[in-house]
Design a protein around this ligand. Structure first.
Ligand SMILES: Nc1ncnc2c1ncn2[C@@H]1O[C@H](COP(=O)(O)OP(=O)(O)OP(=O)(O)O)[C@@H](O)[C@H]1O
Ligand SMILES: [Mg+2]
Length: 248
């Protein structure tokens, strides 16, 4: 196997006496859409926090793209190319959809670069990139709309669009399809495939089994802080331990 894009070795995280993550090891290969499933409280979001650097792990090692990142904070990891979304959603709700995407592109509030002469040239190319990302996420018609006024499902798409605008190598999506209708979830899955086609590797936490089965190349199943199964969705679905602990 070639060097994985992300490698976690025996990552643990305790909250007081609770072992939220208990020696979790996993790898993510470049170009994969990897799924992470498991019951409520299994530690899925905690794992994302430890991978993205918003929580330090209590033990273990994490490597990204050949770099040891175990002790790096979230912003350093973001600069190395790890982007993520949050289970409860984090958008700049008082900004427009386009401004959110521009913020992801790293240029902050829309007005500041248009005012600067040198920024103007850069601004044009960044506006073109923003348009492309808005199209990818089917947000073109909402570009000038304040995010706070949009339905939650659309806000979630805005959050993912902003994450993709940071041009990451790895995108971590925490339950992006939660609360979406079946049709919306299918169209979001298609967007994720197009994100992968841009060369972005994706890890997605998902409760909706149909969505996870349909979208992912490979799954890890986390139960009570431990990985209990790994493999292609069709295999994992039949695994007796998985059926007992989660699907059953
Ligand atoms: N900051 C924290 N402080 C204390 N305990 C926490 C903290 N974050 C998570 N936990 C606990 O760690 C365990 C794992 O939580 P986590 O949110 O990672 O689970 P999850 O798999 O994402 O669940 P869900 O499917 O409900 O989102 C839970 O028992 C939770 O209560
Ligand atoms: Mg969670």
């Amino acid at each position: 196997m070639s060097q994985p894009l992300l490698l976690a070795e025996s990552v643990s995280r305790n909250f007081g006496g609770l072992k939220a993550l208990d020696q979790v090891s996993l790898h993510v290969s470049a170009g994969e859409i990897l799924g992470l499933i498991g019951p409520n409280g299994a530690g899925k979001s905690t794992l994302f926090n430890c991978l993205a650097g918003s929580l330090p792990s209590s033990g273990g090692r994490i490597q990204f793209n050949g770099h040891e990142i175990t002790r790096l904070g979230a912003s350093r990891r973001a600069r190395l190319g790890i982007a993520r979304t949050f289970q409860l959603g984090k958008v700049f709700s008082t900004m427009t959809v386009k401004e959110n995407v521009l913020a992801g592109l790293g240029i902050g509030a829309y007005g500041s670069f248009l005012r600067s002469v040198t920024g103007r040239v850069k601004g044009e190319s960044e506006l073109a990139q923003a348009r492309e990302i808005l199209d990818l996420f089917q947000l073109h018609d909402e570009a000038e709309t304040l995010v706070a006024t949009l339905p939650i499902g659309v806000q979630r798409r805005v959050e993912s669009a902003r994450a993709v605008a940071t041009n990451p190598r790895l995108l971590l999506l925490d339950e992006p399809a939660a609360g979406l209708t079946h049709g919306e979830a299918e169209s979001f899955a298609e967007i994720v495939r197009r994100v992968r086609a841009r060369g972005i590797t994706v890890v997605v936490i998902e409760h909706n089994m149909r969505f996870a089965m349909d979208l992912t190349d490979r799954l890890y199943v986390l139960v009570q802080g431990r990985i209990i199964a790994e493999g292609p969705p069709a295999t994992v679905r039949e695994d007796p331990d998985v059926v007992r602990a989660y699907l059953g």
